[in-house]
Structures are given as C-alpha cells and as structure tokens.
Design a protein around this ligand. Structure first.
Ligand SMILES: [Zn+2]
Length: 635
C-alpha cells in the first residue's frame, strides 16, 4: 500500500515509502502440485526434520566456536556465513509452515550461537576480530592467492539473528543482532577501516557493503540513528568522485553494459555480492524514500537483464558478470539465481511493475529449480546448460554446508510471497500460476492446472472483501505469452487459457567491446569457470557458436538421458541456430521428468529433425556421476 511516513533524523528529512503492493503472510501461502514437491522435500530435509537440521546447524555453529576461518591469516574462509544463511531460511520456513515447534527451536539455536560471544562482545568466525582486509603487500607476496570474508560472515550472522527475531518476536534476538551490528560499526570506526578495502581484495568492499540491507532492517526495528548513519556512509561509498568500482550511482547512466564499466570484469564484477548490494539500495529507498537509489537499481537491473541474462535463467557466467551476451554457453552459481530472483521480487513489491515477475518466473522455473536436486536437501554450486551441474561435497572442509545450499530454501518463500498480491486500489493480482493456495485479506485463491506443463489454469476465488464486495481480480500476462484468455464461470472460478508459445529462441553472440587481448582473457576465464578443476572433460563440449533453445511457456526444454537419449546425441546435436527452423512440440508421457515433449524442428527443403525434450530442471536435477553427460539445452 503506497503511503508516506515522514521521519525526522539528525541528518535529514526522510520520507519512508511503503511497498506498492501488499504481499500475503507467508503462512497464508502454500505452493502445491508436482513442482512444490521439491520445496516440501528440501525444507523437510534441511530445516524441519531435526536429523538433517541438527547436522547442518551444529557444523555451521562450529565456525563461531573454533574461530578458525583465519587459520591462514591471509587466506580466510567463509564457514561463518553458513549459520546466518541457514537461519534466514529456517526463519522464513517457520513463517511459511506456521510451525511453532520450529520457532521454539530457532530461539534455542540462536541462544547457542549467542553463547559464543567473547568477553569483548564479539561473535565471529575469525580469531582476530580486526582481520578484515588484505594489505596490497600481502596480496603481492602471495601472488593474489588471498581472500577475506570476516565482515561478510558477520553480516549473515547479524541478518540471521534479526530474521529469527522477526519470526519469533523474541526481543533478546533483536538485542543480539543490534548489539553485534553496533560492535561491528564501532570496531570499523575505531580501527579506521575503510569498507571499500575490506573483504576479498579485488571486490572493492562489495561483500562487506552488502550489510546495507540487514543494517536498515535492524534500524527499522530499533530506530537507532547510528545504524542509519552507517547505512548512509555505505551509500555514499557508491557515489564517488574518484571513480572507484562499482560506483553504482555514477556508472548506471553511462549506457555501457555493466561488464564494460571497468576492464577485467572477472576481477571486480562478482554477481552474488553485487546483487546483494543492489538489494540493499532497494531497502534504502524503502526506509528513506530516496528515489535516486531506486532508479539507479532499476537502470542497473535492466542493464543486467539485457547484457548478462543467460539461456537458462541465470546471470553472467558462473559467479561473474562477464557479459553473458558475449558467451556461447551458460553457467550460473546458484546463489546468483537466488539473489536475482530476490532483487526482482523486491523491485516488484516496491514498484508494483509486474515485468520484474517475468524475470522471477524465468529464473525460478529454470536455473533455480534445476539446482534443487530431486528427493534431496542438496544443491550443486553451479548449474550448467549441458553435461552436468558443478556438484559440491561441501565447502571449507564442511560436509553439510556450502554457500548455495544454505541460501536456497529462501527462494521458494520469495516466489510464494508474490503468488497473489493486492494493490493500493484494493484490486487483487494473481501473478504466479504454479498450483498454490493463497489467502490475502480474507479472500482465498486456489490456483490449479499444473502450470507450466499445461496451459489451462483455473483460479477459484472464495470470499468477499472486508466491505462485503466481490473481489476485483486481475491476472498477470507473462511476457512470453502472446495470448491469454480469461473467462469467469460459476462460483467465482476463473479459467485461464495461455498460448504456451512453443518456440525456438535463437541467439547471437555479441562481440566484446574490450580490447582483443582483454576479451580473450575474459573468455578464457569464463571457460575455466565453466569446467572448474574437477570437470575438465566438459571443456571439449563447449560450443564455439551460439545455439538456440526450445521453450514452452516459461520453461526451457532440455534433451535428457532420462528420456532415453544417448550420450553421443546429447553431446553432439547439430545446432539449428539461425538456420530458419521452426519448432513444434507434442506432449508425450514419460516417467520421472516434468513437461515431456516430442520436438520437431523443421524448415522447407530440409530434413525434419525429431527428438524428445522435457523441462530443463527435471532433465538436470541430480548430481550425475563424475564424468556424466546427462542433459543439454542446446539446439
Ligand atoms: Zn553459492
């Protein structure tokens, strides 16, 4: 609901902006149907069932007990991020499931974490509290093989405690989050630490400065001026006369693709950390009403969508914004998909502009769900467009945690939170068509039809608004859909018929605008990030030319070993990109995959190519074997 609240602070007059649309309580949404089984199983294995949960949290908490992330002082680890990420997910899941037993456990677990606080009031995973940057001389001495995640880890710990407070209402958790934030700010100030120099030495402080969002959330709950001043200092750090990266405010209007803002995007343009900073700027707009912050994020989001969106619904190549438009293939760190969805959900809530939901839908049904292994509580690190995903056995010597798997559960709740919303004018918006039941302001919406495998959806609307009126409802027309018919039948049941627009989506690879040697280095970096050390066999399958994809509604389809397609055909399918083919799809039945089709690719005068394909997420959602090649979206 759009309303303005004027706040007077010591520094300025602020006009806080409430969101443009109202989202339901998470506990009043339940995702359903075949695709919701992934959510149910994932939440169960990692959060609800104590057998999985206790292993995960006991291991994650150990980082704060042992404080061994800086065992090697110049090459620090990030074990300390696991607890906070997992707690944010647990808190959101407790809201979604309305689970009072889980909420009670959350309070207990936070108290165990708080008990690791030392006499100086510090909770952290680095034994030396002030070890939060790497001096240039040390970087040079170790030839760049250095990193530091101390303040990034603390950001997640503070955020986890705050989300636990928000879910449980336990004020001691808010006091702990605020106390740690204050301790961090005091420590930074008293030691003269410049945030832009902290964290990994090539990232210009982005990991640390992404603390902007939790800082503002804690500020909103406490109204402590110190937190707002700290947030303002972070924002000023992105509006710089010296031009230091990422300088969001001054670069956004340059018209250049983000990956070309500075040379060597492989060094500075780390996707997840940058998206986390942008999410903080959206929150800054919410709290202060600063339009420039919001407009800057929107321009950058559109830039990324245009120049770094890849064929599987991810962003960039592996974990960098290298300019996916310059690459013939796609791979994305799962954290990057999670935060791309998060940013677009937030922009939708703040602006009410449903074009952001097209990005949410595309990334969720493809790259995100592909990362949720079936019947499992595990994800890979990187999802790829062909072969197999980049599996992880855990990070930093841990067995139950890695950066992506600890982040993933949140996305189900992010998507659930915008399934149905309500505008300031009282109109309800049905946005997402995966089977779901949502209650908002006393009106229940039952969405059914197994979308997006099928194109006919029914939405049953039960109840009346508070003033006794028949609820006014509008339905989002997805960007990929050329025609959507809505009809209203008896008993408040709407029928929606989507033209699922079966299509061959063709691509061109744009030449890089960087000098040749630099462009070649970026391409080499991308290829190395695609294969990683563990999967060198996949290098030979990297395409030199752009390929097309086959799409059904929002789904990217993949050829799959699960449909009986042999490895040779998966690896060496001839490209039809740019050759004038058309795709036609016929639904078939097949066990163990979602949305299977017979695919015909035809053009006049050429032999018709026939194959089978199914949703990319169900073609690829298992760890595969060490040298397996089980799917491909390349046509
Ligand atoms: Zn990750």
């Amino acid at each position: 609901m759009r309303k303005a609240i004027v706040l007077l602070t010591g520094m300025s007059v602020m006009v806080a902006c409430a969101d443009a649309v109202k989202a339901p309580r998470l506990g009043d949404v339940r995702l359903r149907g075949a695709l919701a089984e992934k959510a149910d199983t994932f939440l169960d294995r990692r959060i609800v069932d104590f057998r999985g949960r206790d292993n995960i949290f006991e291991e994650a908490r150990r980082a704060f007990v042992l404080r061994d992330d800086d065992e090697c002082p110049w090459d620090g680890q990030w074990r300390g991020e696991f607890w906070g990420k997992s707690m944010i997910c647990a808190a959101r899941a407790a809201d979604y499931l309305d689970d009072s037993v889980l909420k009670a456990w959350i309070v207990d677990e936070c108290r165990r974490l708080i008990a690791t606080k030392d006499a100086g009031g510090y909770i952290g995973s680095y034994s030396v509290m002030t070890n939060c940057s790497t001096p240039p001389s040390v970087v040079a001495a170790h030839k760049g093989a250095c990193t530091n995640w101390n303040l990034w880890n603390r950001k997640y710990m503070i955020w986890g405690l705050f989300m636990a407070f928000r879910t449980t209402g336990d004020k001691t958790l808010l006091e702990a989050a605020a106390g740690q934030l204050e301790q961090l700010i005091d420590m930074v100030r008293s030691n003269g630490i410049r945030l832009e120099d902290t964290g990994h030495h090539t990232l210009n402080g982005m990991p640390t400065m992404s603390i902007l969002k939790p800082t503002l959330m804690v500020y909103e709950a406490t109204k402590k001026a110190k937190f707002l001043e700290f947030a303002e200092s972070i924002v000023r750090g992105w509006d710089r006369a010296d031009g230091r990266a990422p300088n969001f405010f001054r670069n956004a209007g340059s018209g250049k693709p983000l990956h070309a803002w500075y040379p060597q995007p492989e060094r500075w343009a780390k996707t997840y950390e940058m998206l986390s900073c942008l999410d903080g700027l959206v929150e800054y707009h919410r709290v202060t009403g600063d339009r420039r912050a919001l407009e800057t994020v929107i321009v950058i989001r559109d830039n990324l969508d245009r120049t770094d969106g890849n064929s599987i619904g991810g962003l960039g190549i592996s974990d960098r914004l290298l300019g996916a438009e310059n690459f013939a293939y796609a791979s994305t760190e799962v954290c990057d998909v999670i935060h791309w969805i998060r940013l677009n959900v937030d922009l939708y809530l703040v602006t009410g502009d449903d074009r952001y939901l097209d990005s949410v839908e595309f990334s969720y049904f493809n790259a995100f769900l592909a990362s949720i292994y079936r019947n499992s509580g595990w994800t890979p690190l990187i999802v790829r467009d062909a072969g197999r995903h980049r599996h992880s056995l855990g990070q930093c010597g841990y067995a139950y945690n890695h950066c992506c798997v600890d982040n993933a559960a949140r996305t189900f709740m992010d998507v659930a939170s915008v399934a149905v919303t309500r505008g300031a004018d009282g109109v309800f918006h049905v946005n997402m068509y995966q089977d779901a039941t949502v209650t908002l302001d006393g009106v229940r919406f039952e969405v059914r039809g197994d979308y997006p495998a099928r194109g006919r959806v029914t939405v049953r609307v039960v109840g009346r608004t508070a003033d006794g009126a028949d609820p006014a409802v509008v339905f989002r027309k997805p960007g990929w859909c050329p025609k959507m018919d809505v009809s209203r039948g008896a008993n408040g049941v709407y029928a929606l018929d989507f033209d699922m627009n079966p299509r061959l989506t063709e691509r061109t690879v744009k030449p890089s605008s960087a000098p040749a040697a630099e462009a070649a280095a970026t391409q080499k970096f991308g290829a190395d990030r695609f294969v990683f050390i563990a999967d060198p066999d996949l290098r030979k399958s990297l395409p030199k030319e752009a390929y097309a994809t086959v799409q059904w509604g929002p789904l990217v389809l993949a050829r799959s070993a699960r449909l009986g397609t042999c490895r040779k055909e998966l690896e060496s399918f001839p490209s039809v990109n740019g050759k004038g083919y058309k795709a036609s799809l016929k639904p078939i039945s097949a066990h163990g995959v979602y949305a299977p089709f017979e695919v015909e690719l035809s053009k006049p005068g050429a032999e018709t190519i026939r194959t089978k394909a199914c949703s990319y997420e169900s073609a690829s959602d298992d760890p595969a074997s060490r040298d397996g090649f089980i799917f491909s979206v390349r046509f």
